[in-house]
Design a protein around this ligand. Structure first.
Ligand code: GCU
Length: 400
């Protein structure tokens, strides 16, 4: 009896902790067919010359939105430098990128950490952070930015700075709100308002994810000019909503040498047609500003989407892409994330590369894949040392 009571209590507290409306029953996944990546008989040249661009345009028009023509050029200024950072193991350099080249416009505050031992330009991870640069490591040397009320190092577990530096790579990060604050403000603040008046917007105008992506590309522009970094070896990284962002960054900016999308879920790697966990309808209700307005029409009409997320993953080809899930992150649909990785594989093969090369979803904590890599970590929605170990291995094997 006591056991039964305990069981009921545990079950109900578990169910209460799940977001409302979450369904995680495989039996409720509707029957669906995925849109094809390319017609039979397509050649690599046809993909490269036309089909890739056509696929990209569909995502741009119906999901993330189009970036308007921005005539004003970004400009960068070197800020604080700490040559003996992390007990002399690393060099810290802060850089302010004025995104539209003016003092008043939005500014991207880049934090660049590179190993002191580097003999020449090195590969780096570039990723936006949720709470400010000072939250990725406890050091007092990092300038407080973003959410200044959040303690230094609060998010250190997600960044593994020492591990990255010891392996000989650099880390570049910036607060995502520097580009556009993550709120539904009618696209008045941040980069949207700075470059275009909100009454000019239409169904395919850019949302916040496209804005964060645009900011990442401006970060990359700077890194291409920054000597300690090898601009041809910048891997874009992101977690959760920023994992959706890293995929769109890799799709739109082929200068990124590789892409890591951690627990990205709906609107990221998870297939929309599975409607498992967070659905297109739910995401547009909760975060209408992330996507363009056209995307709002596909809530409960996933089958009418002219694409699915495996095609987004395929846009990374032939570059390395890592899709990572977490077992307890059912909201993000680990299986849907795996299936996207799997069904992107034919484009890699078309281009003469090994993609995922894996039919069945692997067991927990078993990384798989070649140029498309996948794992489902045990535990919750998060970025852990385990995830970084796999990303570092990808860097060693495919980027360095
Ligand atoms: C919410 C949202 C997800 C998103 C996540 C995050 O859970 O529903 O789509 O990925 O926030 O960014 O943390």
């Amino acid at each position: 009896m006591r056991f039964l009571l305990l069981f009921i209590l545990t079950l109900s507290s578990y169910l209460m902790a799940l977001p409302p409306g979450l369904h995680t029953a495989e039996s409720k996944v509707p029957d669906f067919e995925l849109p094809v990546l390319f017609p039979e008989g397509t050649s690599a040249a046809e993909w490269n010359d036309d089909l890739r661009a056509e696929t990209l345009t569909l995502f741009e028009k119906e999901m993330f939105g189009r970036v308007p023509a921005i005539s004003r050029k970004a400009s960068a200024k070197l800020g604080k430098k700490v040559p003996d950072f992390l007990n002399r193991k690393a060099v810290l350099q802060e850089v302010v990128v004025s995104l539209v080249g003016t003092e008043e416009g939005p500014k991207l505050n880049l934090l660049i950490i590179t190993p002191s031992s580097a003999k020449g330009p090195i590969p780096v991870f570039l990723g936006l952070n949720f709470k400010g640069n000072h939250t990725i490591h406890a050091s007092k040397e990092i300038t407080v930015g973003g959410k200044s009320q959040v303690a230094r190092g609060e998010r250190a577990g997600r960044w593994q700075v020492e591990k990255i530096i010891e392996r000989g790579y650099g880390l570049v990060t910036a607060f995502y709100g520097d580009i556009d604050l993550d709120k539904n403000d009618g696209f008045k603040d941040g980069i949207h308002g700075a470059v275009e008046s909100s009454d000019k917007r239409d169904g395919s105008s850019w949302g916040s994810i496209a804005a964060w992506v645009w900011g990442l590309s401006r970060g990359l522009d700077f890194l291409e000019t920054y000597e300690p970094v090898d601009g041809s070896k910048v891997v874009v990284f992101g977690h959760s909503r920023l994992g959706k962002t890293s995929l769109w960054a890799g799709a739109t900016d082929e200068r990124f040498a590789g892409v890591i999308s951690n627990n990205s879920g709906c609107g990221g790697a998870a297939l929309s047609r599975r409607a498992f966990g967070e659905t297109v309808g739910r995401i547009n209700e909760s975060f209408p500003h992330w996507f363009c307005k056209n995307f709002h029409a596909y809530g409960k009409r996933e089958k009418e989407l002219p694409f699915d997320q495996h095609q987004l993953v395929a846009l990374m080809a032939p570059r390395p892409v890592y899709i990572a899930s977490a077992q307890d992150d059912q909201w993000a649909d680990p299986k849907g994330e795996f299936l996207s990785a799997k069904h992107a594989d034919p484009v890699y093969r078309l281009l003469g590369k090994d993609g995922l090369d894996q039919e069945e979803m692997p067991k927990v904590d078993q990384p798989v894949g070649k140029k498309i890599r996948y794992h489902m970590r045990s535990g919750k929605h998060d970025v852990k040392a385990y995830d970084w170990d796999q990303y570092l291995r990808m860097m060693d094997e495919l980027i360095r």
